[in-house]
Write a protein that binds this ligand. Sequence first.
Ligand code: CA
Length: 151
Amino acid sequence: MWKQRLAAAATALVLAPVALVGAIAGPAGAAPVDKKCQEPPGCIEVQPALLGDCWEVKCEITLLVTTSAPRDVVVRYKTAEGSATDGKDFKGEPDGKATIPAKEQSVQLPPLVIPDEEKESDEDFYLYFGSSDKDVIVKPDILRVVIKDGP
Ligand SMILES: [Ca+2]
């Protein structure tokens, strides 16, 4: 009997470090820590955001920088359909480019939502962001936009 217990204890000891490594690495899918951003001068962080609700007639999507940069910050974006249809509910953009001018805090994306007279329920589409500038990171890099009908 004690031999079995010993074997069980030994197995637990072997498994423990694996569990520990798992705990340090964090949950699966967590964003890797970007080392370059921790070292001076760090990165320019851009955050996409909706200003209020996205209505058919008024949907303001903005890119904000956490600290204004001494130079232009260029962000690329593209759209993807959710329940909203490209060309009908929103103007799809396969290769968009938005520039936050030097020393400024934000830029607004050109209007993407197409208003109509139809009564519809909420529909969504997605925006994917990125930058070819290695010092620029966009977080989060996906924004879900829910289009509200009307008013
Ligand atoms: Ca409508």
